[in-house]
Design a protein around this ligand. Structure first.
Ligand code: ADP
Length: 559
């Protein structure tokens, strides 16, 4: 994953988490406020209900009191005649009593003498005994009759008697608590009202049926809707609870507002996320672009191109990093040039050592040949052969010196495609004199099809060293064989002899400089120089570790 995507991903995760937490807090806060507001509304409704209710009861009480105090009404009560009482009281009652109010004139014992309003239909049996405890004052309270709930005001009517006053009649004014009344209350307060008695709803303004076992908690759930609730007990004339009133306020409006708020919040979130991501993208790009430029420049340096430069487009940390990078490249260029110079000096030194070592063979050939020409009586053919050997050796010395001169001038050594067999045969030819000893046979078993790209003179000297060592190891004669076989992307060349083998004294340090054993004029440089040449070609050289007669050196060269 690219740096840009990592920054974008982490930022978007951070923004979304932040907005989710903020949204959760806002929603919770909103719901708390809504609950508190609904509680307050319900409490306000309960206060409104109480004042409405007490105004209604007071009105009933005052109408009853007026009737009980009017002399002609009292006189009519005295007749105990239904028609007389109606004629006297109904006109006044109808004009001042609230609608749907029932009115009864009772005897002190409780028997109904007369009734007004629509009271003929029902004749509730009122608990006068409880009301009598309040006489001569009025008594109010709820009454349950035939499953119906009534709010009742009981007023005593006294007449003057010999011993003070006597109870003439009892006036009972009441109205039924039904759905119509509940709706009137709802209109006045805005809340829903449910009157309960004996565990079942008697009057309700809710559009759904209300279960009888409704909880008394501040919040209730009725038919998938939440309500804030306020519970008020309903007491009868004696003060006993005969039911309860639940004032309810629906959360529907709050839920709708919350849904609207959620939609608004999601829209604002989306905008915030888009803006945040766009801002992050622009910022991250500003950071990533110089980093990419640095990356590309570093890749060029990795391929050896030290001229890479990155543009310095700002003065912030990235700008300073680019400046430092360019300075580092400049230092690397200088250091590299110095390294090349040092390397050239070292190469000249190494080559000198190598040439000093390798000059010995052609010089020995020239020396030996010249000595024979001077001392011995030779035939014309022998003279020609010796002259050609001296000529070949001189050419090799010249080539070596030219190589040394080229290297010291900084000319790189050219590699050329050449047949491996030709290189091996040239090495064998240069050692023909040494191999001419009786009993020594030199065989080249290399296929002419193997072609390799080589620094030919150096590799030829490697084979000269190995073959010369092998011939040296055969003082009493023997066989030297050079063979080669192609392997996986490389060629393995073997130089083996059946001489005395490598002495255990020199074996652990075989390819180290100055490791020599068993030779009078040995310098111990041949194998070390050969190893350096083969490593320069990307190959490797090793001596076969198997014990037994003879020695075997193996070279792997990349094909
Ligand atoms: P030098 O020949 O000048 O001693 P080299 O590095 O060519 O140096 O060889 C190191 C030593 O390895 C030799 O002195 C010799 O003891 C041993 N050696 C090399 N090639 C052979 C071989 N074919 N058989 C036995 N010993 C060998």
């Amino acid at each position: 994953m690219s740096l840009l995507w990592k920054i974008m991903l982490s930022t978007s995760v951070a923004i979304i988490c932040l907005l989710a937490v903020a949204g959760w807090l806002v929603q919770n806060h909103f719901m708390r406020i809504a609950a508190v507001m609904l509680d307050e509304e319900v409490a306000a409704s309960s206060r409104a209900y109480e004042s409405l209710w007490s105004a209604r009861a007071e009105r009933l009480a005052s109408v009853s009191l007026v009737l009980s105090r009017m002399s002609d009404v009292r006189a009519a009560f005295g007749t105990r005649d239904q028609t007389t009482i109606r004629d006297t009281a109904s006109e006044l009652w109808n004009s001042i009593a609230p609608s749907r109010t029932l009115f009864y004139v009772l005897e002190p014992g409780g028997a109904v003498v007369a009734s007004l309003g629509s009271a003929e239909e029902i004749a509730p049996s009122f608990p006068l005994a409880a009301a009598a405890a309040r006489f001569p004052g009025q008594a109010t309270g709820f009454v349950i009759e035939n499953g119906r709930l009534y709010q009742t005001v009981v007023t005593p009517v006294y007449v003057a008697a010999a011993q003070g006053s006597a109870l003439l009649n009892v006036l009972v004014a009441c109205f039924e608590v039904d759905a119509t009344l509940a709706h009137e209350l709802k209109q006045a307060t805005g809340s829903d009202f449910v009157f309960f008695s004996r565990g079942r709803p008697i009057a309700s303004t809710l559009p759904v049926s209300v279960p009888g076992d409704l909880t008394r908690r501040e919040q209730v759930r009725i038919a998938d809707s939440n309500y804030a609730q306020f519970v008020m007990p309903l007491a009868d004339i004696a003060g006993r609870q005969v039911g309860e009133l639940r004032i309810l306020r629906s959360f529907q409006a709050a839920d709708r507002r919350l849904a609207t708020l959620r939609v608004q919040m999601v829209v604002i979130w989306m905008l915030a996320i888009c803006l945040g991501l766009a801002g992050t993208y622009l910022l991250a790009r500003r950071i990533v672009q110089p980093v990419r430029a640095l990356e590309r420049a570093a890749e060029r340096i990795a391929t050896g191109d030290y001229d890479a430069q990155v543009p310095v487009s700002s003065s912030d940390e990235l700008g300073r990093l680019a400046e430092s990078f360019n300075e580092m490249c400049a230092s690397l260029r200088i250091a590299r040039q110095e390294l090349i110079r040092q390397e050239r000096i070292a190469t000249v030194g190494r080559l000198s050592t190598s040439i000093i070592h390798d000059l010995r063979n052609p010089l020995a050939a020239i020396y030996g040949g010249a000595e024979m020409l001077v001392d011995a009586e030779l035939s014309a053919d022998q003279v020609k052969k010796l002259a050609s050997s001296i000529y070949g050796s001189s050419r090799r010395i010249l080539a070596m010196l030219q190589e040394l001169a080229d290297t010291s001038r900084g000319h790189s050594r050219r590699r050329e495609a050449c047949r491996l067999r030709d290189v091996v045969l040239a090495a064998c030819d240069s050692l023909a004199d040494a191999a001419a000893r009786p009993g020594v046979s030199l065989a080249c078993d290399v296929s002419p099809e193997i072609e390799l790209t080589l620094d030919r003179p150096s590799v030829e000297r490697v084979f000269q060293n190995l073959i010369a060592n092998a011939i040296d190891a055969l003082p009493h004669g023997g066989h030297v064989r050079v063979s080669a076989e192609s392997a996986d992307h490389s060629v393995i060349v073997s130089v083996e002899d059946d001489g005395a083998g490598i002495s255990s004294e020199v074996r652990p340090h075989l390819f180290e400089p100055f490791a020599t054993a068993g030779k009078r004029h040995g310098m111990g440089l041949g194998l070390a120089l050969s190893k350096r040449t083969i490593l320069d070609h990307g190959g490797e050289i090793w001596a076969d570790s198997t014990t037994g007669p003879g020695a075997r050196f193996l070279i792997r060269l990349p094909a």
